[in-house]
Design a protein around this ligand. Structure first.
Ligand code: 13P
Length: 254
């Protein structure tokens, strides 16, 4: 039996946009969100670090929530270029994405690093969106399930529960490629993730925890993906940069 899980529609802006773009996008979403009395979905925008303040001001009071794309595992200190989850919280963030495949690749982040960041996020009072996902090579070798299980085991914070942690399954081969996972591929992995969550957290917590799908989610494929029994929302890159597209995805969830 599936517990009711409120879908999360999260936009990961990645390294895109300048000030005016961020303001325009955030205000377009805020305007639409304000009109909804009781949105069926939780909407999150994750701008690049320098736009966090501006985006936060723009969405204030609208119901759109603010997130970040990464954080350091320490609360403060000599870590040039890094940002603590405490500061993100202070700036109005509710969530932070950790372990995105682009961080795992570009910055060589390992499961243990991701886990430390996720734990730091919880320490600061942020929700952690923990990303996992297999590469094409791993899928073709028949290792998709084992890779995702292992990443989940290694990246999940010790104190994880359905309130403070969200999982995002993002097959690396589907990110920014236009090659979306088929509904069957997505559901199969999401079900395996949920089963592993049962092993780690127990039946009750696992049934409540949200598992987002990410990878070329667009208005045209969102409905089918979001209707799958174990898909509880989306982590959206490219389509999150366009207010109409992102909104259309959110509507497909509600
Ligand atoms: P795209 O939606 O551009 O494929 O990106 C997905 C993603 O990586 C979101 O974190």
């Amino acid at each position: 039996m599936t517990a009711p899980r409120r879908p999360m529609i999260a936009g990961n802006w990645k390294m895109n946009g300048l000030k005016a773009d961020g303001r325009k996008l955030a205000s377009a979403l805020a305007r639409r969100m304000k009109k909804l009395k009781k949105p069926a979905f939780e909407m999150l925008v994750c701008p690049p670090f320098p736009l966090i303040g501006l985006a936060g001001e723009t969405i204030r009071g609208s119901g759109v929530k603010l997130g970040a794309q990464d954080c350091h595992s320490n609360a403060s200190g000599a870590h040039t270029g890094d940002v603590s989850p405490e500061l993100l919280k202070n700036m109005g963030c509710k969530y932070v994405i950790v372990g995105h495949s682009e961080r795992r690749t570009d910055h060589n982040e390992k499961d243990a690093d991701v886990k430390a960041k996720a734990e730091a996020a919880l320490r600061a009072g942020l929700g952690a969106i923990v990303c996992i996902g297999e590469t094409l090579k791993q899928r073709e070798a028949g290792r998709a399930m084992s890779v995702n299980r292992k990443q989940l085991q290694g990246s999940l914070p010790e104190a994880a529960n359905a309130k403070n942690t969200v999982i995002a399954y993002e097959p690396v081969w589907a990110i920014g490629t236009g090659k979306v996972a088929t509904p069957e591929q997505a559901q199969d992995v999401h079900a395996v993730i949920r089963k592993e969550l049962v092993n780690i957290l127990g039946e009750k917590e696992a049934a409540k925890m949200r598992i987002l799908y990410g990878g070329s989610m667009k208005p045209g494929n969102a409905k089918e993906l979001l209707a799958l029994p174990d898909v509880d929302g989306g982590l959206i890159g490219g389509a999150a940069l366009n207010a109409d597209d992102f909104w259309a995805i959110a509507e497909a969830a509600g």
